[in-house]
Design a protein around this ligand. Structure first.
Ligand code: GLU
Length: 470
């Protein structure tokens, strides 16, 4: 039975890289009909916050990453770590170290000169007596002979010279256990079969393997995922734009699009780009995760999002649009908007909107008549000769008994015939009058969505404006 975990440290947002790790673990669990466990690594109390935990859970839920167990919190498991640390001491595999920070400084300098690595020399290994006034740390007796060899499911065989290691701290002087120790205790006791994580942890693995053996636990299989680079091929960071999952939600990205995008950062299936979740569960294997770093391409994310916008269920998309209309200050209370009508808005705008936020701005004119008109548009389309055409259209609309696509066609046809002009002569002036802009969905759509009375009002207002130009 496969059991994997995602083990975020709640010291900030859920980062794009962390989300990808979570997704790989989740897909691996679902593909193998195993369990996905969520564990909050909050032993570093000075850096962990409740706010961060809330945000991580919210981001995971938004991405659709449901967990089968947890969230476990390491701060609720302190008793277990204490017991395990004491066991190691009892068995002579760990010891109290009373060295002061100043002493450690000197020792590291010396060791650096002696063997090139600024490490602890293990001098407290044989100490029998406590030291007055010093609260000890607990160090693990590391085997510095030979090498640690393990098979990484992504990187292949890894050989690590143990001479690089030193007796590292497993419990700090304030009694809190350290990451390398608790991660081993938890992964072992939680029956984790595969540790899938970022390759920034590769150097921790030899230490952890030694701890597994000392504690008498079987090490899991390891899979270290190459990191994510920014478009300029340096480590992905804030410089490259938003790096937190929630920032993408705020920008109007769809969770399915971000999910699809993140999976493709490192995993591939031929040159296919678009995958449903069901397909991913079916196809995902660690063998198909690449060995080299993946490059984050924001344009591709935008492209994928646009794809998902076009194929998203209309009712869901209109709910999101309502949310963004409010958030962007376009309407005050989106609950007042008729949902059937809003779904028509979605259908009219989804083709031309790459994000929900963009869609909200594209359709903003429906909620508020233009206060000004696009300048180039005014020069090109608001000429004195269009005044009678616009007046005629406004009048026809006003007198129409029905306001449907067919009725609008008829109205335009009659006006064009009357003046002997082509649609081109009135289409852009009408568009500019209704939207204030020169690009928008089709004329029918914007007129129908704006509604009969409001359309008349806007066209008349444009007429006044053109007249005022003199
Ligand atoms: N809390 C660690 C991190 O966020 C987890 C590392 C691991 O998966 O072992 O990096």
């Amino acid at each position: 039975m496969v059991r994997v975990r995602f083990a975020p440290s709640p010291t900030g947002h859920l980062h794009i890289g962390g989300a990808r790790t979570a997704i790989f673990n989740w897909l691996f669990a679902r593909h193998n009909k195993g369990k996905f466990i969520l564990r909050i690594e909050d032993t570093d109390r000075s850096r962990s916050t409740e706010e961060s935990i809330r945000e991580i859970l919210e981001a995971m839920r938004w991405l659709g990453l449901d967990w089968d167990e947890g969230p476990y919190r390491q701060t609720e498991r302190m008793e277990i770590y204490r017991r395990e640390a004491e066991r190691l001491i009892r068995e002579g595999k760990a010891y109290y170290c009373y060295c002061t920070p100043e002493e450690l400084e000197v020792i590291r300098e010396e060791m650096k000169k002696r063997c090139g690595v600024p490490k602890y020399d293990g001098r407290c290994r044989n100490r029998k007596e406590p030291r007055e006034g010093v609260r000890p740390v607990i160090r693990f007796k590391v085997d510095t002979e030979g090498e640690t060899v393990f098979h990484d499911l992504i990187k292949g065989e890894i050989r690590y010279p143990n001479s690089q290691l030193d007796d590292f701290i497993i419990v700090r002087s304030d009694g809190t256990p350290t990451y390398n120790f608790v991660v081993v205790v938890d992964d072992a006791l939680m029956g984790i079969t595969h540790v899938i994580r970022g390759d920034d942890h590769l150097n921790n693995t030899p230490k952890q393997i030694q701890l597994y053996r000392a504690l008498g636990y079987e090490p899991p299989k390891f899979a270290h995922v190459p990191m994510i680079l920014g478009p300029d091929r340096t480590k992905l960071s804030k410089r490259h734009g938003a790096t937190s999952v929630m920032a993408y939600r705020e920008e109007g990205y769809l969770p399915e699009a971000l999910f699809n995008f993140l999976v493709r950062l490192g995993w591939s299936h031929g040159d296919q780009e678009i995958f449903s979740k069901e397909e991913l569960i079916e196809l995902f294997t660690l063998e198909a995760v690449g060995k080299s770093p993946a490059v984050f391409n924001p344009e591709k994310l935008l492209w994928l999002n646009h794809h998902y916008m076009k194929t998203y269920p209309v009712d869901k998309l209109s709910e999101l649009l309502a949310e963004f209309l409010e958030k962007e200050g376009i309407v005050e209370d989106a609950s007042k908007i008729d949902r059937k009508w809003l779904e028509e808005v979605v259908v009219a705008f989804r083709e031309r909107s790459k994000t929900v936020k963009e869609m909200a701005h594209h359709c903003a004119f429906l909620f508020k008549a233009p206060e000004s008109y696009d300048e180039d548009g005014v020069k090109k389309f608001f000429k004195p000769e269009v005044v009678p055409y616009l007046e005629a259209i406004a009048e026809e609309i006003e007198n129409a008994s029905q306001f449907t696509k067919e009725a609008i066609d008829e109205i335009f046809k009659r006006v064009l015939d009357r003046f002997g002009i082509k649609l081109k002569a009135v289409a852009q002036p009408v568009r500019l009058a209704i939207t204030g802009r020169t690009v928008s969905p089709g004329l029918h759509e914007i007129l129908l969505l704006t509604g009969k009375e409001e359309s008349v009002r806007r066209i008349k207002k444009a007429v006044e404006f053109i007249k005022s130009l003199g």
